[in-house]
Design a protein around this ligand. Structure first.
Ligand code: NDP
Length: 312
């Protein structure tokens, strides 16, 4: 068992975590950052990002994250692949353990663990997960070249995934539970003017249909229910992409830090300060409103500045 001491441990590696690492390293906090299961976070599984300042022609999410990561490394941040598996916030310094058998004794901790895609909760969704059901069009869209798929959801993620898939697939159904999209106007317009996207308004999936042959499984359709009339109908298709939002990754901190009713970390207004002195939170793990890469980066900056001021 190895033991490391740091003035600042950063947990998570999206725009919030990496930006906190840039600011923390420049302030001589000698931050250690654990990247977690998905280094670079959600932006690494998105397509071109058009609204991150500084990239007038847009840039791939994964490339933006590599740039921010490299910037943190250039200032000396200690970025580690791996996960923090337990935390003890009961006294300072805080004691955290990682899956590389290291105990990290940290004067401050910045939590930037982000959020994870939400599932509908249907048993058939779990059955066909990885066999026709996915939460990531850019990861799995390739397998549906020339085929018919559905995207479930009405937000920016659903609109973006439908638009992306429309370039690969013969036909894309966008299944939404209401009669208007939540997605931003620009994303909506893109969807409306794409001829091979058909929006199925006022419907929710009640079952993913499929068939199994030995170990092989595949999706053959989706059973939908009209949210107003309760009438049901089946659409034949080859794949279903679930894009119904995200939930914050706070399981590790439950019972140790104040969470709100949706399990987001509660922070004091205008700051990254949590219910525990010396623990700060930044990005989608504490932001239920904006959830943008740029707001996450800004919150990462705030968290590092709050940590620096706390240490005095
Ligand atoms: P959102 O929470 O914005 O949207 C979730 C969508 O799924 C909503 O339309 C919601 O319906 C629907 N939904 C939720 N639960 C269910 C359910 N159980 N059954 C059926 N439908 C359901 O999540 P997103 O992931 O789309 O976006 C998250 C954030 O990320 C947003 O702030 C968004 O702006 C941002 N984002 C920005 C992008 C960009 O700017 N390029 C790209 C992607 C995301 P209802 O509308 O009825 O609530």
């Amino acid at each position: 068992m190895k033991e490391d001491k740091t003035k600042c441990l950063i947990i998570g590696s999206g725009p919030a975590g990496y930006t906190a690492a840039i600011y923390g390293a420049r302030a001589n906090l000698e931050p250690i950052l654990y990247e977690g299961m998905q280094p670079g976070g959600q932006l690494t599984i998105t397509t071109t990002v058009e609204n991150f300042p500084g990239y007038p022609d847009g840039k791939k999410g994964s490339e933006i994250m590599n740039d921010i990561r490299q910037q943190a490394l250039n200032f000396g941040a200690d970025i580690r692949q791996g996960e923090i598996t337990s935390v003890d916030f009961s006294k300072r310094p805080f004691v955290c353990k990682s899956d590389d058998d290291t105990t990290i004794i940290a004067d401050t901790v910045i939590i930037a663990t982000g959020a994870t895609a939400r599932w509908l909760g249907l048993p058939s969704e779990a059955t066909y997960n990885g066999f026709g059901v996915s939460t990531c069009a850019t990861c799995d869209g390739f397998f549906y070249k020339g085929k018919t798929v559905a995207v479930v959801g009405g937000g920016d993620t659903a609109a973006e995934e439908a638009t992306y898939l429309s370039k690969l697939c013969k036909k894309v159904y966008l299944v939404h539970r209401r009669d208007e999209l939540r997605a931003s106007k620009v994303m909506q317009e893109r969807v409306f003017k794409t001829p091979n996207i058909e929006i199925v308004w006022d419907h929710v999936p009640v079952e993913i249909l499929g068939e199994s042959k030995g170990f092989a499984k595949n999706v053959t359709g989706i059973l939908l229910e009209n949210t107003k009339t309760k009438e049901r109908k089946t659409i034949s298709l080859d794949g279903v992409f679930i894009a119904i939002g995200h939930h914050p990754n706070t399981e590790l901190f439950e019972g140790q830090i104040e969470l709100d009713d949706e399990k987001y970390i509660v922070t004091q207004a205008g700051t990254s300060k949590t219910s525990i002195e010396g623990i700060f939170a930044a990005g989608d793990v504490q932001d239920r409103n904006y959830k943008q890469a740029i707001t996450a980066a800004a919150l990462g900056c705030k968290a590092a500045l709050d940590a620096e001021r706390f240490l005095g």
